[in-house]
Design a binder for this molecule. Structure first.
Ligand code: G1P
Length: 300
């Protein structure tokens, strides 16, 4: 069955331990680390909502209570803000609970991204759905989801987002071999490899953490043997979709993303996201730019 049409559910896996960011993530989920004044995960949810998503399923693990609290009402805080006359902040805080219908499922044992996505089966049902990885921050000025949704409406099947990365970085990502379509920004995926060993990558096109996936993925994930790192890899199940007939939900295309993207689970990339987002803000940008310029010139 082909699943073209409006995508309104998103799955956001957030069960990772955040070991790359210890000790900051010992008691705080990595997705809750602030990027300027919002937790990283809020940007991801806002990106999904801006693209038309109205239903979010978080696949969580231990230690994620603060994330659930962030997207819930906080009556006493809201009351305090109202008493102080901070009405703008009060509504900003309360609206977080209304961004979308928020749902949670626990992953239990962390067995990989494919396993996390398989937990969404009951909730997603038989419709194509989006997956957004909580670590990947896509600059709101250059969104990729709308193009992916349009590609899914045109081609059906599943749609990835690919980004060119330097050759010495490709081993950190899923990697795709592709052929062109008549649209220069959309390619057909012919091969997918999760984190290829040095010198074996079929291209320098990395899979970034935005997906539109046909529900046919669920039965593939159920029967999938552990892959790279002994984990159930989403990339491996997507690879099986490539050669499946369109009537069974097969076929994988990709949008080639040329905007800005940060990996907030990586220290350097996280710092870049904070600086770049702050520089873009009217309230912080001008002063930060002036300070940075002097600082880098050695004047401070
Ligand atoms: C995951 C995926 C990988 C993808 C990456 C994007 O890896 O398995 O295919 O390229 O996200 O961020 P992770 O970064 O979770 O190891």
């Amino acid at each position: 069955m082909s699943n073209r049409g409006t995508i309104h559910k998103a799955v956001i896996p957030v069960a990772g331990l955040g070991t790359r960011f210890l000790p900051a993530t010992k008691a705080t989920p990595k997705e809750m680390l602030p990027v300027v004044d919002k937790p990283a995960i809020q940007y991801v949810v806002e990106e999904a909502v801006a693209a038309g998503i109205n239903d979010v399923l978080f696949v969580t693990g231990r230690n994620k209570d603060s994330l659930e609290n962030h997207f819930d009402r906080a009556p006493s805080l809201e009351r305090t803000l109202a008493e102080r006359g901070a009405f703008e902040m009060q509504s900003e805080i309360s609206e977080l609970a209304d961004l979308a219908a928020m749902h949670y499922v626990r992953q239990g044992v962390p067995m990989g991204l494919g396993h996390a996505v398989s937990m969404a089966k009951e909730h997603v049902g038989n419709q194509a759905f989006a997956v957004l990885l909580g670590d990947d921050l896509v600059d709101a000025k250059t969104p990729v989801l709308p193009d992916m949704f349009a590609a899914q409406a045109k081609f059906g099947g599943s749609i990835l987002a690919l980004m060119e990365v330097p050759e010495d970085q490709i081993h950190l990502y899923g990697c795709a071999a592709v052929v062109p379509t008549d649209n220069p920004d959309i390619v057909r995926v012919t091969e997918l490899v999760e984190k290829p060993a040095a010198g074996t990558a079929p291209s320098n096109l990395a899979v970034i953490g935005r997906y539109v996936i046909d529900p046919a993925i669920f039965s593939l994930l159920e029967n999938l043997a552990p892959g790279r790192g002994g984990e159930i890899q989403l990339t491996d199940a997507l690879a099986s979709l490539i050669d499946m007939p369109a009537e069974s939900g097969g076929g994988v295309h990709a949008v080639v993303f040329r905007g800005k993207r940060y990996d907030t689970g990586d220290k350097l990339s996280y710092l870049k996201s904070v600086v770049s987002i702050a520089l873009d803000r009217d309230d912080l940008g001008p002063d930060l730019r002036a300070w940075l310029t002097s600082y880098l010139a050695g004047k401070i």
